[in-house]
Design a protein. Structure first.
Length: 181
């Protein structure tokens, strides 16, 4: 009897240790624009599926990709998004800069929707280190070499992206790279 109880207890302990940890988000919607004239958007789902949209302003080329993140990447993004949610950033974070980066981050969880926008230089503000780390991680995902797919994706964060005002004698470039529904 004691052996059976010990066996059952061992199985219970081992099975509880192997529970799959789910991300703390349903999806993450992220759009970025920098001085390199490449706009990209990522939508990451809790199962690791990621839709990527890239637009090169110089070449006027749009690309649509889809990848599945591995467990290590997904766990890292989940941990970082949890820290960001707990940090309670402002809706708009704007700082003066020479070579500016702007992005919009939306984290949808079961309990609420978190949204923040950033305009400034990467690593310029000490209190923004979590958002900077997140932006670097998204850059790495967007830079992956992946196959193009024939599809379009809808990114809510793309409509919230901050772009510096254009000079009066230049055309409005934002209309060129925002996908039409």
């Amino acid at each position: 009897m004691r052996t059976i109880s010990l066996f059952i207890l061992t199985i219970v302990i081992l099975s509880s240790c192997n529970k799959k940890q789910l991300p703390n988000f349903e999806n993450i919607d992220y759009s970025r624009f920098g001085n390199d004239e490449v706009l990209y958007s990522l939508k990451i789902y809790d199962d690791g599926k990621t839709n990527i949209y890239k637009y090169n302003l110089r070449k006027e080329r749009k690309s649509f990709y889809t990848v599945t993140l591995d467990k290590i990447e997904l766990d890292s993004i989940s941990s970082l998004s949890k820290l960001i949610l707990n940090a309670k950033f402002d809706t708009l974070n704007e700082f003066g800069c020479d070579q500016c980066l702007s992005y919009c981050l939306i984290i949808n969880s079961k309990n609420h929707k978190f949204k923040t926008s950033y305009f400034g230089q990467l690593f310029a503000e000490k209190n923004m280190h979590l958002l900077d780390r997140f932006a670097v991680q998204m850059d790495k995902i967007a830079a992956k070499s992946i196959e193009t797919v024939d599809s379009t994706f809808v990114f809510e964060s793309l409509s919230g992206i901050i772009i510096t005002p254009r000079p009066p004698d230049q055309p409005n470039l934002i209309d060129k790279f925002i996908p039409k529904n």
